[in-house]
Design a binder for this molecule. Structure first.
Ligand SMILES: Cc1cc2nc3c(=O)[nH]c(=O)nc-3n(C[C@H](O)[C@H](O)[C@H](O)COP(=O)(O)O)c2cc1C
Ligand code: SF4
Ligand code: FES
Length: 540
């Protein structure tokens, strides 16, 4: 189907002596990688090297803290990664083409950061040009869609996703195959919808943004396959307005896919019609909750509603709707390409495949990593992340954002899977991982997340609206040294009330950072109490 494009791309590549991949995703963009790219292009042109050396803008290469990152590919030589490159280094790098790498700027390619990862979703990130559909196609893109349309019955597609054991990467971990089959089975005439949830409102999370900035066609392909499988002709990507680059690349990808007959009427010459539109959210965390997201697309106020009915039966405009996360869709092309059994062979019995994490906070190597499920927190933080900087001791990691919890360093041998993290009072969430060193007060962390939940509460139900504000006030009392032992008990009780009585996941999970820090870092709270010896005193 795409052989002409693949041949052209291969011919272009083999005519080159060098290719310089420079990261233009938001992380490196914020440290001027676009100026570096421009300088590279100009220098290569001025030296008359444009036929033998290509400068290519690519997405995130993972190690964002060492950006701007660039990778130099030279014929018959191992690739070289250069880190923290500014416009000043560009003439030296271009003048050095064909010679041994400049040590001063080199980032070792054998760092555990690179060697310990297993890339499925990120296989093209930092490798292909996110603004060029031909690059995605040359990397094998849209081949799964083509195979699905040409040779698979929709039911078989759902079955394959079912066999893979893929679980939703948006936080809940619901089995994707089961969700797809529920939407498929809803009877009756009328449209069905496919929604991609790219709201990503958790502080500290940037995985979905990175995927969309690096490989937007992969997400479109996953949505197209989903549309074919469930009998839908229309998809929406709901993305927050704070992600302008991801929106730009997505828009471009949609336009290019339409031009290549991959989106629109008669996808790839078949009888299957499918189109995708973007809907931009205004950056409310609650709009990531599926029923609030649907209300927002419908033009209503983004507030959750009780479930059931679930969107699978009663979704967008009351129609059956499949809603999945960016990373969930991004896994689908590979599941189809290699088979559900292949995917199910990676990870653990209950958490299959890989997971993308945004590694941030007091960690040496921060950025985006993809690892097989079942890897330990210690391997991710200490080996891949390189541990804590400045010789401080690592204290904890916060996983799952405002819905998650803090896990102490002593428990870092815990395997990363949905159930193990839940057992520790945290969650996998969508993949944010914030590392904290010994200097951090866990009460301060709990207060940060509670302030976030309080301001993001949509106000629909009292336990969340009033409860989060009360919890926040209590945490302030601790931080100001005004709390008593009775406040500690009040805090715990209130957390349980909010958790058990809130309508949606925001309120139900908001107390998690407080409860987990109370469980593992109680001493941080006790140290702030006016009269610590009275902790067990009667409250009334
Ligand atoms: C307050 C709140 C915020 C959420 N934010 C997101 C989000 O940003 N992205 C996301 O994919 N899921 C988010 N979810 C989960 C979605 O409601 C839904 O479960 C998910 O999009 C389903 O996709 P999945 O099965 O692929 O995970 C959020 C849930 C809650 C309660
Ligand atoms: S739990 Fe909070 S965010 Fe969710 S519906 Fe209630 S008030 Fe709104
Ligand atoms: S944004 Fe450039 S390496 Fe991550």
């Amino acid at each position: 189907m795409f052989q002409k494009i693949i041949n052209e791309k291969n011919a272009e590549k083999s005519a080159l002596d060098h290719q310089i991949n420079i990261c233009i995703a938001a992380g490196c963009g914020s440290v001027n990688s676009n100026a570096v790219k421009q300088a590279l292009e100009e220098t290569v042109r001025n030296k008359g090297l444009e036929k033998s050396c290509k400068v290519k803008g690519v997405g995130c290469q993972g190690l964002c803290s060492r950006g701007p990152l660039l990778t130099l590919y030279s014929k018959d030589k191992a690739p070289v990664i250069y880190q923290k490159i500014t416009v000043n280094e560009v003439p030296k790098i271009v003048a050095n083409l064909g010679k041994p790498p400049i040590k001063k700027y080199t980032c070792p390619g054998d760092l555990p950061f690179f060697t310990r990862q297993q890339k499925i979703v990120l296989e093209n990130s930092g490798v292909i040009d996110p603004e060029d559909i031909r690059d995605y196609i040359a990397a094998g893109g849209y081949q799964s869609l083509n195979n699905v349309i040409e040779s698979m019955h929709p039911e078989d597609v759902v079955k394959e996703v079912f066999i893979s054991g893929l679980r939703g990467r948006g936080g809940g971990g619901y089995p994707t195959g089961l969700k797809w089959s529920t939407v498929t089975k809803v009877q009756g005439k009328g449209p069905k919808y496919v929604i991609c949830n790219a709201d990503e409102g958790d502080p500290g999370a940037f995985m979905d943004r990175s995927i969309l900035e690096s490989d937007p066609h992969r997400v479109l392909e996953g949505m197209l396959i989903a549309g074919y499988a469930i009998g839908s002709n229309k998809g929406y990507v709901y993305i927050r307005g704070e992600y302008p680059l991801a929106i730009k690349f997505l828009n471009k990808a949609i336009e290019q896919a339409r031009l290549h007959n991959i989106l629109g009427h008669g996808v790839l010459g078949s009888t299957f019609d499918f189109d995708i539109e973007i809907r931009i959210g205004a950056g409310a965390f609650v709009c990531g909750e599926e029923t609030a997201l649907i209300a927002s697309i419908e033009g209503k106020r983004g507030q959750p509603r009780p479930r059931p009915p679930y969107p699978a039966e009663h979704g967008l405009w009351g129609r059956p709707t499949l809603i999945n996360n960016v990373e969930t869709y991004a896994n689908v092309p590979n599941i189809i390409r290699n088979g559900g059994d292949w995917f199910a062979g990676i990870g653990t019995p209950n958490s299959k495949g890989t997971k993308v994490f945004a590694l941030a906070g007091n960690v040496k190597n921060s950025g985006v990593v993809e690892v097989p499920m079942g890897i330990s927190l210690r391997e991710i933080i200490m080996e891949i992340g390189g541990g804590v900087e400045n010789g401080e001791k690592c204290k904890a990691v916060q996983t799952g954002g405002p819905s998650g919890g803090c896990i102490p360093e002593a428990l870092f041998d815990t395997r990363v899977d949905y159930e193990s993290l839940k057992a520790l009072g945290s969650i996998m969430g969508s993949g944010g991982m914030v590392v904290m060193d010994n200097r951090v007060s866990m009460v301060e962390i709990a207060r940060f997340f509670m302030e976030f939940c309080m301001s993001e509460s949509c106000g629909k139900c009292i336990p969340c609206r009033v409860g989060t504000a009360h919890i926040y006030r209590l945490l302030n009392k601790f931080m100001n040294g005004e709390a008593t032992a009775a406040d500690l008990k009040r805090l715990e009780d209130l957390c349980k009330v909010v958790k058990d009585n809130s309508l949606c996941g925001l309120g139900q999970a908001a107390p998690n950072p407080v409860l987990s820090t109370l469980r593992f870092f109680r001493e941080d709270y006790l140290a702030l109490i006016k009269e610590p010896e009275t902790e067990t005193a009667s409250v009334d």
